[in-house]
Design a binder for this molecule. Structure first.
Ligand SMILES: *Cc1c(COP(=O)(O)O)cnc(C)c1O
Length: 376
């Protein structure tokens, strides 16, 4: 089997190092093998480090990140509960959809795409809905490239007696994520963005307060697979009390373990700084090409750059030439931003000088190509 060697500069997956790929190719062992259980414990400890939390219930869900979103919401919400969802892009909308399907009354707060969530608006909604149970929002909105202030939003939630659910799928390993300092209740991520591990696993962490709420539910969680009460026995049970729930994706966990060890040895601050530096390098280069950002400087995610497509340039041919001629993938705009922006990811392994320079060179060439008047 031959897959092409792409430089992945879209909204995920990001490039995976040779080391992580080799780890996933190690012999498969049983998911209840003591050696594998030791690996699981190391993965959990390293995820606590990545999330900056002491939460015991911190583990990777065996699924893409959307299932972590679903697990967070269906475990906390019971029919008739009120959920405030602050939306500033595609993924906040997905949260609202899941909450509504779980039977919650959704109070949807929408913000312009390309701008952050405004805390005062959230504070007003919390005041106007004193019975609301949770606040859900996306920290790093991958559809727009906007960062919202998770610390402030989580503080508003806990101040009003609400649980907070934070989507940091694109944040973890790229920008500061401090679950305990935020006082967040359920925070989840994915492997294929700034952790640079193949897609298919979803790190998640639950505060003790969230676990209490889940244990004291009046109704059963309607999803068997997502029911944390059942998953708990599989992922917890330190000292060998583990019981079968589903078969963990053993080789995928090898890859996650290797990727998290790399994160630990690089260090969180160094990793965040590298993303910021590569963003600056990209931003300088794009400026030189005459390209502009959708998002205001202070709210930009370094790892997801939304660039306005210049007047007179067609979206699809540029992306297609980058892929076919230069083996570089960048992302298209989503939803209302389709055809208006490109999304350039600098996530994890992708966030390296040589990659930024390679893209800038290729994009310069492709744009020049597209601007040339057709010769008759
Ligand atoms: C990518 C992403 C998801 C969904 O992740 P999948 O692994 O594709 O299910 C959810 N939220 C945000 C903010 C994302 O960027």
């Amino acid at each position: 089997m031959m897959t092409p060697q792409r430089l992945l500069m879209g909204p995920g997956p990001s490039n995976v190092s040779e080391k992580v790929l080799l780890a996933t190719a190690q012999p498969t062992i049983g998911h209840l093998d003591p050696v594998f259980q030791t690996m699981m414990e190391e993965v959990k400890a390293l995820l606590r480090f990545a999330f900056q939390t002491k939460n015991a219930m911190t583990f990777p869900i065996s699924a893409p990140a959307s299932l972590a979103m679903e697990a967070a919401l269906v475990n906390l919400l019971e029919p008739g509960d009120t959920a405030i969802i602050a939306q500033k892009g595609v993924f906040g909308g997905r949260m609202a959809d899941i909450a509504a399907r779980a039977g919650a009354n959704v109070v949807l707060l929408t913000f312009d795409w390309g701008t952050p969530i405004i805390p005062d608006v959230v504070a007003g909604a919390i005041k106007a809905n004193p019975d609301a149970k949770l606040l859900g929002f996306v920290h790093a909105e991958t559809s727009t490239g906007v960062c919202s202030n998770a610390q402030t939003l989580c503080a508003l939630a806990s101040g009003g007696g609400l649980l907070s659910v934070v989507d940091t799928v694109t944040g973890l390993g790229g920008i500061p994520v401090n679950v305990d300092a935020w006082g967040a209740d359920v925070v989840y991520s994915g492997t294929q963005k700034c952790l640079s591990v193949p897609p298919g696993l979803a790190p998640i962490t639950f505060s003790d307060r969230a676990i209490e709420v889940i244990k004291n539910r009046e109704t059963k969680v309607q999803s068997w697979f997502c029911d944390l009460n059942l998953v708990l026995g599989y992922w917890s049970g330190e000292g060998g009390g583990r019981s079968y729930h589903h078969t963990a994706p053993v080789n995928a966990i090898y890859g996650l373990l290797e990727g998290l060890r790399d994160l630990k040895s690089e260090g969180l601050e160094a990793r965040w700084a590298r993303h910021q530096q590569m963003h600056q390098r990209l931003s300088d280069g794009l400026g030189a090409l005459g390209l502009e950002f959708l998002v205001e400087e202070g709210a930009r995610l370094p790892q997801l750059n939304t660039v306005l497509i210049p007047e007179g340039i067609a979206d699809a041919p540029v992306r297609s030439l980058l892929l076919q001629k230069h083996d570089i993938e960048i992302g298209a705009g989503l939803g209302t931003l389709a055809g208006k922006v490109w999304r350039i990811g600098l996530m994890g392994e992708t966030a390296r000088e040589e990659n930024v320079d390679r893209l800038l060179y290729a994009l310069g060439e492709v744009l020049q190509d597209q601007r040339q008047p057709a010769v008759a």
